[in-house]
Design a protein around this ligand. Structure first.
Ligand code: SAH
Ligand code: TRP
Length: 344
């Protein structure tokens, strides 16, 4: 994979709604398109036949789910986005000068709002060339690409619509990249999966390249539980939407209205767990999976984990995965942690 292609400059730019200009600086690859439906069905079947039942969290993020997630980040109880943004403002210039990065690669980029704090710092340093957002949500990758080429005149965007557990090999490989993985999304992976993910990310990086990893910190469980149980019910709607996505993908008949959102703190595993609890017993038919599930009243599906870290846990995660922690930033608030790590 190389730099963004420069197609015919006269051609209308589909990515900017037919207007000319920014599209010449946008390229989007879509490895997810080639994924066979049978693979999706097998993955969902594997999760739904585990005990407890699980649904892989990437299925949260259809267009509605991605919008709901953006609304979660605006809820007063959901502090991580604001805390990470404040911390990024404190450290962005330091990170850019330490890494010398000219290219920014972002895994699970979403709306790429906080990303702008780093892009601004790279622009100030005269180092802003390429941004590579990778996300399963096609709409968010395309929207971020359009907005960012408009905002930064020297920037090209090479988006990858893909699964970070499967398609890291699609990340382009120019020089002096900084890879970022924000939002505490690493905490959404089981510890062993987080390690294998970071190892394969490292295998796509050169020795000496940097990773900026965002982790939410262990804190008062009441603060954590409130962040995942906002009073306006946006997190509940987000959690329940995953059943609508599964119904649409598989032709299943989960009775979405009979499930309730629960997000308790699990102290032993230092994580918030997102559950959907069935209020009434039901038989769910999933024809595409050749599966019928008997769900008892009170039975629950585990839809997400959000593991919280401290410095020691983050350092051992990185160390086990081929990275060395160079800086641990927590900023004046101390709510959130950013690790600047170097690929050994
Ligand atoms: N980085 C943003 C978004 C975090 S939410 C922030 O900090 O606010 C997690 C993001 O990861 C979503 O945009 C979701 O679409 C994406 N995502 C989840 N699982 C993924 C997977 N397996 N592969 C690629 N992207 C994934
Ligand atoms: N990465 C986010 C986090 O762990 C994802 C998230 C926030 C989430 N709220 C959620 C996932 C609610 C599922 C349900 O904080």
């Amino acid at each position: 994979m190389d730099r963004p292609e420069a197609p015919d400059p006269e051609a209308p730019d589909p990515a900017s709604g037919g207007r000319r200009g920014g599209g010449r600086r946008i390229r989007v690859d879509h490895p997810l398109e080639a994924v066979d439906r049978r693979h999706v069905f097998a993955e969902l079947r594997a999760g739904l036949t585990e005990t407890p039942c699980r649904i892989p969290s990437k299925y949260f993020y259809d267009d509605l789910g991605s919008d709901l997630f953006e609304r979660i980040t605006e809820q007063p109880e959901y502090y991580p986005t604001r805390a990470e943004a404040a911390l990024l403002r404190e450290i962005a210039d330091d990170v850019v000068s330490r890494t010398g990065a000219r290219e920014l690669v972002e895994i699970g980029s979403g709306a790429a709002t906080k990303t702008r704090i780093l892009l601004d710092a790279m622009e100030r340093a005269g180092q802003l060339h390429l941004y590579v957002p990778m996300d399963v949500s096609e709409g968010t990758v395309r929207r971020a690409a359009r907005e960012l080429v408009e905002r930064y005149p020297t920037l090209s965007v090479h988006g990858v619509v893909g699964d970070f557990m499967a398609h890291l090999g699609q990340i382009p490989d120019p020089d002096e990249r900084l890879v970022i993985f924000l939002g505490g999304t690493i905490g959404n992976l089981e510890p062993a999966t987080a390690r294998s993910f970071l190892r394969s990310l490292g295998s796509q990086m050169h020795a000496g390249e940097h990773l900026l990893l965002g982790v939410d910190r262990i804190k008062d469980p009441a603060v954590l539980e409130a962040a995942y149980n906002d009073a306006a019910g946006v997190t509940a709607a987000f959690n329940l939407n995953v059943l609508t996505v599964v119904n649409r993908l598989t032709g299943s008949d989960f009775d979405v209205a009979s499930f309730r959102h629960r997000a308790p703190w699990n102290a032993e595993k230092h994580r918030i767990e997102m559950w959907l609890v069935a209020e009434t017993a039901q038989r769910v038919r999933l024809p595409a999976l050749e599966l019928e599930l008997d769900v008892a009243a009170g039975e629950a599906i585990l839809t997400e984990i959000s593991t919280k870290y401290d410095r020691v846990l983050a350092a051992s995660l990185l160390d086990d995965s081929g990275f060395g922690m160079e800086r641990w930033y927590t900023g004046s608030e101390g709510l959130f942690g950013l690790c600047l790590a170097v690929r050994r």
